[in-house]
Design a protein around this ligand. Structure first.
Ligand code: NAP
Length: 279
């Protein structure tokens, strides 16, 4: 029987186990997927536990996505590009291979008829999900990204890193708070936790007046998956803008994790149905 896990802290609201079980069932594989709350100081012990108990792989969430780097034997190109690992395969020799499936998840959730080549994006937040979004947007040919952050000084390091990695994209960074004009933006992405269940769920990461400045054909993409329709997405819909929920990103990144672990590709439809039933 295959064994998989999820590590991070806290894991209270995670629906990953439900999605992964549906995916494993779909490919006809008998396997377990369990959440193991793990604080940074307990990471080494958790990795030993996985190896000694013949786990095949695990996912990683906040706050371990970068902290895990020194423990990995191999990191693939995608994880190297964003400096963030969310999937680890435990090989038969017990070596650990790190990947980032958030990039695939982010990109795959964008419907194929949305053309972003040569366009401009705005991203709220500069954390791990924001970096995965940049990599996904780069693959889709975006040419400019404006970041909005609560602390410009803290984001300098990230911006230097991204400018170095993505030379085909120009970047600017602004303070998130004063109202802004988004009239030249084709896609607005929320990569902060503002609007998430259990953390400022009744708030928006930007002002409604900001949303109103977006062009009528702009897309609003909220990386948050619970609730599936955040206040930001509700307001964007009210304005007639096209919206994308973070649930699709979550499903696609889970699909890619299973593919990396088993070589088989589960159907995202069954995974999404399981997720919606659990939310
Ligand atoms: P992270 O690395 O901690 O980054 C969070 C970002 O949001 C940081 O830039 C942080 O700013 C900013 N932020 C946090 N609270 C804020 C506030 N009150 N006001 C303004 N900015 C704030 O987290 P992450 O991994 O990128 O995750 C971000 C969100 O994406 C979470 O809700 C997570 O659940 C979701 N996510 C979804 C998926 C999916 O598959 N759908 C995948 C990954 C993540 P500072 O730098 O100043 O702290």
């Amino acid at each position: 029987m295959y064994k998989f896990g999820l590590i991070g802290y806290p894991l209270g609201h995670s629906i990953s186990a439900v999605i992964q079980h549906a995916g494993l069932q779909d490919i006809g594989l008998e396997g377990s997927y369990e959440a193991f709350e793990t604080k940074p100081e307990d990471l080494l012990e958790r990795l030993k536990f996985f190896k000694h108990n013949d786990f095949n792989g695990f996912n990683i969430t906040i706050p371990l996505k970068t902290i895990i780097y020194p423990y990995l034997d191999d990191i693939d190109e995608k994880a190297g590009i964003v400096g963030c690992v969310n999937t680890v395969k435990i090989n038969s020799d017990k070596s650990l291979a790190g990947s980032n499936t958030d990039i695939y998840g982010f990109k795959s959730a964008i419907p194929k008829n949305i053309v972003l080549r040569g366009k401009s994006a705005a991203i709220l937040g500069t954390g791990g999900a924001a970096r995965a979004a940049v990599a996904g947007l780069s693959e889709l040919g975006i040419s400019h990204i404006d970041f909005y952050t609560r602390n410009i000084i803290n984001s300098n390091q990230v911006l230097t890193f991204l400018r170095e990695k993505f030379r085909n994209i120009s970047f600017n960074v602004y303070q998130i708070q004063p109202p802004k004009n988004l009239s030249d933006i084709s896609i607005l992405i929320n990569a902060t936790p503002i609007g998430m269940r259990g953390y400022m769920m009744d708030e928006m990461p930007i002002f409604i007046q900001d949303l109103e400045t977006l062009p009528k054909d702009a897309v609003v993409y909220d990386i948050i998956y619970n609730p599936t329709k955040t206040l930001l997405l509700q307001q964007a819909e009210r304005l007639g803008l096209q919206t994308i929920s973070g649930l699709d990103m979550l499903i696609y990144q889970a699909q890619k994790s299973i593919e990396l672990w088993t070589g088989k590709t589960p159907d995202t439809k069954v995974m999404k149905i399981a997720a919606l039933e659990a939310l």
